[in-house]
Design a protein around this ligand. Structure first.
Ligand code: SAH
Length: 225
C-alpha cells in the first residue's frame, strides 16, 4: 500500500502543473518583461492565469510558446506578448468595468479578471462563447460575463465602460463602441483590412473628443459583420 507521508509541503502541484507553471514563468520573463512589458500587475496576472487551460488538448504543450494558437472555428488565441501589451495599454484599474470584443478562448478575459472589477465579453461564434463561458466559470473567474453577440453593437445595457479591448480587427472604429466608452475611458483596438496592414490603436475619450495613438503594427482575425 502507498503510504501518504505527513511531512511534505501541503498539496504540491502535480508534476504536469508544475511544468506548466515553470514554462509560464519563463514566458513572462523571456517574452514579456524582456520586450518591455513593465506593469507589475499585468506581469502578475500573466504569471497566474493558466494559458494551457484555454487551448485545445492538442495545443497544450505549445501553450507557453511565443505565438498565437488555433482554438477551433478558424479562430486563434492571441500571442502572449500581444495579450500582455494590450492589457498594459488599457491601464486597468481595480474599480474598472471593461468590455471585450472577441472572447475567443476566454484567456484575455481571464487575464483582465484579476485586474479589474468586472469584465463583459462578446463573442460572435456561439460555440466559442459557450465554451469560454464554461471554462471561465469552471476555473473560478466569477467576475466575467460572456455573451454570444455582435461586437459592432457593443453591450449597451452594461455601458458605459472604463475601458474597451477589441481582439478582432474592424476596418474602422465602430461608433457604438466609442459611444459606450466613458469620458476618460481607454480603448485598444486593431484597425485595418483583413489582408493589408493593421495598426493597434489606443484611443482616449476626453471632453474635447477622441485622442488617438498608433502603437503597434499587428495582425488579427477580422471583426466580422
Ligand atoms: N481574445 C481572444 C482571442 C480572440 S480571436 C482570446 O483571448 O482567446 C478574435 C475573436 O473575435 C474570434 O473568436 C472571433 O470569432 C471574434 N469575433 C469576430 N468578429 C466578431 C464580432 N463582430 N463580434 C464579436 N466577436 C467577433
Amino acid at each position: 500500500m502507498l503510504a501518504l507521508g505527513g511531512f511534505e509541503s501541503p498539496s504540491p502541484l502535480p508534476p504536469e502543473e508544475a511544468a506548466f507553471a515553470a514554462a509560464r514563468a519563463r514566458m513572462v520573463h523571456e517574452q514579456l518583461a524582456a520586450r518591455g512589458v513593465t506593469d507589475a500587475r499585468v506581469l502578475g496576472a500573466m504569471l497566474r492565469v493558466p494559458r494551457h487551460a484555454f487551448v485545445p488538448a492538442s495545443q497544450r504543450r505549445l501553450a507557453y510558446e511565443d505565438g498565437p494558437l488555433p482554438i477551433g472555428h478558424g479562430q486563434t488565441i492571441s500571442q502572449p506578448y500581444i495579450v500582455a501589451f494590450m492589457t498594459a495599454a488599457l491601464d486597468p484599474k481595480p474599480s474598472d468595468r471593461v468590455l471585450e470584443i472577441g472572447t475567443g478562448s476566454g484567456y484575455q478575459a481571464a487575464v483582465l479578471s484579476g485586474l479589474v472589477a468586472e469584465v463583459y465579453s462578446l463573442e460572435i461564434v456561439v460555440p466559442l462563447a459557450q465554451r469560454a463561458a464554461a471554462d471561465l466559470q469552471r476555473l473560478g473567474y466569477g467576475n466575467v460575463k460572456v455573451r454570444a453577440g455582435d461586437g459592432y453593437l457593443g453591450w449597451p445595457e452594461a455601458a458605459p465602460f472604463d475601458a474597451i479591448i477589441v481582439t478582432c480587427a474592424p476596418e474602422q472604429v465602430p461608433q457604438a463602441l466609442v459611444d459606450q466608452l466613458k469620458v476618460g475611458g481607454r480603448m485598444i483596438i486593431p484597425v485595418g483590412s483583413q489582408w493589408g496592414a493593421q495598426e493597434l490603436i489606443l484611443l482616449r475619450k476626453t471632453p474635447m473628443g477622441l485622442e488617438k495613438k498608433e502603437v503597434l503594427p499587428v495582425r488579427f482575425v477580422p471583426m466580422v459583420r
